[in-house]
Design a binder for this molecule. Sequence first.
Ligand code: IMP
Ligand code: MG
Length: 185
Amino acid sequence: MQDYRNILAEILIDEKTLQKRVAELGAQISRDYTGQDLLLICILRGGMIFLVDLMRQITVPHQIDFMAISSYGSGARQSEGDVRLTLDLQTNIHDKNVLLVEDIIDSGHTLSYVLDFLSTRQPRSLRVCTLLDKKERREVDIPIHYCGFVIPNKFVFGYGLDLDEYYRNLPFVGVVNLDKYRPQA
Ligand code: IMP
Ligand code: MG
């Protein structure tokens, strides 16, 4: 796999800016859920880094759980296609305050599917916290309660977001240089 430096067009959000915003979101969530029970649900795998940083900034007691979704295609060629549940929760969310933690909302199809699906299990409340919002790409309306950054329509990677499953560990959010990136065969 290529060194990330060779395919990085620009750093969109640097580490310091990310950490500051995550701390702000954690503080806001802590205020909003004071005295209430909270379950954070991370959608694997992109939301993982965001979840572990965010939860350490949340001061109210809370639980976490994970679910996974797949859509057709991958990486930069991902389309809105079919969305499927590939890993279900272990927690019964009935009557719980659920906060979905996502890396990025693009067309909105993934979140729309997840929200419909979770609603049928009748949580007490259901909110969305996304690190990134590619607003101009939205095709389905999604209620977003907490948003880190609205970003332009560029393909990004790092801080949990992948390119063909690589580079999730990078501490910043970078824009891919699609002329230089050679997708895995
Ligand atoms: P949506 O269903 O179109 O909203 O797509 C959301 C999913 O697409 C995210 O959870 C990511 O997995 C993926 N995705 C969308 N844009 C990007 C990007 O710029 N970089 C990496 N993954 C992305
Ligand atoms: Mg995701």
